[in-house]
Design a protein around this ligand. Sequence first.
Ligand SMILES: [Zn+2]
Length: 105
Amino acid sequence: MPGKTPTKSRRQTAREQLQETMTREICEIINRTGLPPVEVLRLAAQAIGSFYREAARMHSDPTACECGWRPQHPLDMDKMSAALRSACRDDAENDLESMPVLGRA
Ligand SMILES: [Zn+2]
């Protein structure tokens, strides 16, 4: 059904896959480039913003994707910003034990 809210298990699966993949990639980039973690995370945020912009464009045309999602720019920005702020808090529910150790070259 277009626009249907994802079930919790689908969200959890997506969250776990993103956490695992992004953690591995970010650690690899930090180790390979020697850039500070916060700089690599800033670049990751830019990449997510670029992805959002492209997805929004693909869902805004008259020939838009038929999945039913339509961008709501201010609201979408607020949701993404809130998710980032929440996840950065010390008391956030994070699965730290699944994250690889951050090594330095
Ligand atoms: Zn779509």
